[in-house]
Design a protein around this ligand. Structure first.
Ligand SMILES: O=C(O)/C=C/c1cccc(O)c1O
Ligand SMILES: [Fe+2]
Length: 313
């Protein structure tokens, strides 16, 4: 059965800030293109490569990668809040296969999945992230140390290898990026209070969660006015990354180095690791071509906002 891919940026600000009408319309048009692509492909199973933003994974125990055997949405920023439709037995078989390939992954029987992972499914299935069987694959994109990008590529390739001859139609989703620097605290620069949150901030009070989210919304509005103290978007870097995706030569991703990304593309540009995994999974199934591409730097969303779809040639 064939495989296909959707990679897209996410932003929890989609419903909280107002880019110019033409920008909003262009983003909506890209979402509509993705919906049509997925409707036509009609997957039996989704492999969802997603990051987390200290809603599900904290620095009390931060794995580089984690395969969900069961998962639920955390509902941050009004994202999907409820049990996801995870096919546990397939996820278990996948994790067992990966260790035979020297790919050591953590597993979770109760993964908490935030806006960063569920947003593509919400976009595609009109808010219902549980609409299809889906295996969430967490890829750490916020906490140092970051694995080499080649490890992410190999993880993606291993997952692609597992599904290459599957009797199911499999959709690989990568969620996040591209260049961006939202105000997610970083341990080395954090206040004592933020450090405590980064280690043991699970299940915040509604007030604490609302305050955190409001800070991000306020930052996005200030960023759009040119007044925020965060790094700028980097369209040049984003376009170079999209070119790597388009090339089909997934080993090119290995040239991405975490410290350089921090310096030029923002501290959340590491989310492109989810794209690296998804493109590498598809490439393991065969040569691919990109069938749709959208890109716009959108300050109101704090994102170099990219959307791509791809199929096997
Ligand atoms: O506040 C957060 O947890 C994350 C915010 C954010 C903002 C913009 C783009 C993203 O990918 C984000 O996760
Ligand atoms: Fe994010």
């Amino acid at each position: 059965m064939p495989q296909a891919l959707v990679c897209m940026s996410h932003s929890p600000l989609l419903e909280h800030t107002d880019p110019p009408a033409d920008v909003k319309a262009a983003v909506e048009e890209s979402f509509e293109a993705v919906r049509k692509f997925v409707k036509d492909f009609d997957p039996d199973l989704v492999i969802n490569f997603g990051p987390d933003h200290y809603n599900g994974f904290f620095q009390d125990l931060m794995p580089p990668f984690c395969i969900a055997y069961n998962a639920h949405g955390t509902g941050d920023y009004d994202s999907f809040d409820g049990e996801l439709n995870v096919p546990t037995e397939i996820a278990e078989e996948l994790a067992k296969f990966l260790v035979t390939q020297d790919l050591d992954v953590a597993i979770s029987r109760k993964m908490e999945v935030d806006h960063g992972a569920v947003q593509p499914m919400e976009v595609i299935y009109h808010g219902d992230a549980a609409a299809k069987p889906m295996i969430p694959v967490f890829i750490n994109s916020v906490a140092q140390p970051f694995t080499k990008v080649s490890r992410v590529r190999k993880l993606g390739a291993g997952i692609g290898e597992f599904f290459k001859n599957s009797d199911k139609k499999v959709l690989f989703i990568g969620s996040g990026g591209l260049s961006h620097d939202p105000p997610v605290p970083r341990f080395n620069e954090a206040t004592d209070e933020q450090k405590k949150f980064l280690v043991e901030g699970r299940k915040p009070t509604p007030e604490a969660r609302a305050a955190r989210q409001q800070r991000t919304i306020d930052t996005a509005k200030a960023f759009a006015r040119g007044e925020a103290d965060i790094m700028d978007l980097n369209p040049e870097w984003d376009l170079a990354f999209l070119d790597m995706c388009r090339s089909g030569d997934v080993e090119r991703f290995d040239s991405l180095v975490a410290e350089e990304m921090d310096a030029v593309a923002g501290h959340s540009s590491h989310e492109v690791r989810t794209w690296v995994a998804a493109y590498s999974a598809l490439r393991a199934c065969g040569e691919y071509e990109i069938t749709y591409e959208f890109y716009k730097p959108i300050k109101e969303y704090i994102a170099g906002f990219g959307v791509t779809t791809a199929v096997l040639k």
